[in-house]
Design a protein around this ligand. Structure first.
Ligand code: AMP
Ligand code: MG
Length: 335
């Protein structure tokens, strides 16, 4: 199959593909999603196959508005309405109980909940509204690889496997949406993103918990994706917690440095490096691109990436970086 790259005046072609059960990648403000008609079981199964994704890891359902969502939710509680009023369209995914029989089991992984998201992207909004049905939207990358923030990243991973990619340019935020579970007594963030638990708490006027990997003690995993390898480039990744520790790393062709401009400027010119920009927001935006960049440079055998402790996006950034690094940190020098 030849994968077409579609421009904004070719949305009708994308709608036709989706209606026929074909796969079309689409832009959002976070990362590119891999779209398929959410009500078509065969199309949804093809998404798992194209990504190489384990079938017990459910998919997010992407809608054009809350009215479309309500066709597939068992009920829409007041707190969901509050969050939707404040944050949709935007980088917030909401977990509710699914209306039984309204979606194929392949979407929910057999769970009784379903994750809904309404992206803040005018092309994708128009695409779903024209289709009149929701599309599933996992990140449009090969499973285990860093998520795609450009149409070219999607093409790199999925060319020949999907019908088309709607090219909306580079994504704005660069890290996936916040996922909040509203199917439980106390709302809990299952995946950190740009919208923080504090921001949710403020709107809801009630406590919002943060899943730190320990909240799940028994039963079906709440965020099945958490148990899988994620965001990993070909070379191993190490987190550098203190910027001054970059100086203790041996400089050679096999070693790559990923850090903010002010850190890189204090290191020798000849090192292999990728800039994370000027601040933590820019770093979040560039992290996945940085990790992908060295996959095309096979001489690189280890990648050292700057970690952060401050900034609104810090929790989301460190969550993805920790997974990419498998929890490995550069052994800090004794101070
Ligand atoms: P991605 O496929 O990269 O968009 O990530 C989607 C994330 O949402 C994965 O971590 C899934 O495990 C999670 N997810 C989707 N649906 C559900 C659900 N019903 N319950 C819990 N987590 C979900
Ligand atoms: Mg993903």
């Amino acid at each position: 199959m030849e994968t077409q790259i579609l421009k904004k005046d070719q949305l009708d072609t994308a709608v036709e593909f989706l209606r026929k059960g074909e796969l079309v990648a689409f832009p959002t403000e976070t990362v590119y999603g891999l779209g398929a008609l959410a009500t078509d079981e065969r199309a949804v199964k093809a998404v798992y196959a194209a990504k190489g994704r384990p079938s017990d890891n459910p998919l997010i359902v992407t809608v054009s508005d809350a009215a479309m969502m309500s066709r597939f939710a068992r009920e829409v509680p007041d707190r969901a309405k509050k969050l939707i009023d404040s944050f949709w369209p935007g980088p917030l995914t909401i977990l509710l109980f699914v209306k039984p029989g309204s979606l194929p089991e392949a979407v929910t992984g057999g769970l009784d909940t379903v994750a809904f998201r309404c992206p803040d992207d005018s092309l994708t909004h128009e695409l779903i509204a024209k289709l009149g049905e929701p599309i599933v939207g996992p990140s449009a990358n090969t499973s285990t690889k860093p998520s795609p923030t450009t149409a070219q990243h999607v093409f790199h991973d999925l060319k020949g496997k999907i019908a088309a990619i709607v090219d909306g340019g580079q994504t704005e935020i660069g890290l996936e949406s916040t996922i909040v579970d509203l199917s439980v007594k106390t709302p809990i963030v299952l995946r950190p993103g740009e919208i923080t638990p504090e921001a949710l708490q403020k709107v809801l006027g009630e406590t919002v918990l943060m899943n730190n990997g320990q909240a799940q003690t028994s039963g079906v995993p709440k965020a099945p994706g958490m148990k899988y390898r994620h965001y990993a480039p070909a070379a191993p990744v190490f987190i550098v917690d203190h910027p001054e520790d970059f100086k203790q790393i041996k400089f050679d062709d096999q070693t790559a440095f990923v850090a903010l401009d002010d850190v890189l400027s204090r290191l020798p010119n000849k090192i292999q490096s990728f800039s994370l920009g000027k601040n933590t927001d820019e770093a979040a935006h560039r992290l996945f691109e940085a990790l992908r960049y060295f996959d095309d440079r096979p001489q690189v055998k280890q990648i050292y990436v700057q970690g952060f402790t401050h900034g609104k996006i810090c929790a989301a950034y460190m969550n993805r970086l920790n997974k990419a690094a498998g929890g490995h940190h550069l052994e800090p020098r004794v101070r």
